[in-house]
Design a protein around this ligand. Sequence first.
Ligand SMILES: CC(C)(COP(=O)(O)OP(=O)(O)OC[C@H]1O[C@@H](n2cnc3c(N)ncnc32)[C@H](O)[C@@H]1OP(=O)(O)O)[C@@H](O)C(=O)NCCC(=O)NCCS
Length: 233
Amino acid sequence: MRYLVVGAAGHAQEVAWSLREQLAARGESAALLFFDDQVPPGPLPSGLGAVIGGFHLLHEQSWDGAQLVMGIGLPSTKVAVAQRLAAMRLPWATVVHPRALIGPNVEIGEGGYVAAGAIVTLNVRVGRFGTINMHCQVAHDDVLGDFVTLHPDTHLAGCVAVGDRCEIGAGTLVIPGVTVGADAVVGAGCVVVRSLPGGCTYVGGPARDLAGRAARRAVAGGPVKVPLSRHAR
Ligand SMILES: CC(C)(COP(=O)(O)OP(=O)(O)OC[C@H]1O[C@@H](n2cnc3c(N)ncnc32)[C@H](O)[C@@H]1OP(=O)(O)O)[C@@H](O)C(=O)NCCC(=O)NCCS
């Protein structure tokens, strides 16, 4: 089996390493081929495989029988990549590191990734292309939409719903029963104590809307900064 890893930066290599461990636990091995527009072709220092070239090569050659691996961590970039490669009609691998703990009645959608040290307890649904990074905790009855990314050490209590394409920053805590609306960005270290509308960026504990914070400062006569857009991946 050949696996075509989309991306070759650090996160992609972590996903590929997890895949290699997953296969090894089943007594299997596979060739890992990496594709990236920004990382130069050649062997990777991690020894996991080599960068073959840019994304265009995925379209220009036949890769029959191979599986794609999502090596991108940011929701918006995952959406763009999945759309761009949909025409290839290849399956996306679901990667679960063997040192992740997955309980009963858990569904991890196509293209998903669960990293080493993550715990997903029971009765959990994770949509397509979910990213559950190192040491995340996803508790009972949580529902995560498509393209959601939980950065390392995110802790979701039970009965939490996270909408499509949300990005939850490293070390965030979410208390039981709240909903985070689609396309929300929750900054690193947030404490989410009530449901958050989608499409906004939140920081702090309790988590507050960054744009609203700027507006409140303006009313109070303090310095106003317009939040900058995020980096590309
Ligand atoms: C919240 C976040 C998305 C905001 O990014 P941004 O839009 O580029 O915002 P900026 O960096 O311009 O910061 C805007 C303001 O918010 C504050 N801020 C940013 N992130 C914050 C956070 N996590 N907690 C508290 N305050 C934060 C900044 O200090 C700044 O405040 P100021 O106006 O008083 O100077 C980003 O900072 C973040 O936390 N991302 C999470 C990434 C992550 O966890 N990655 C893990 C990879 S392994």
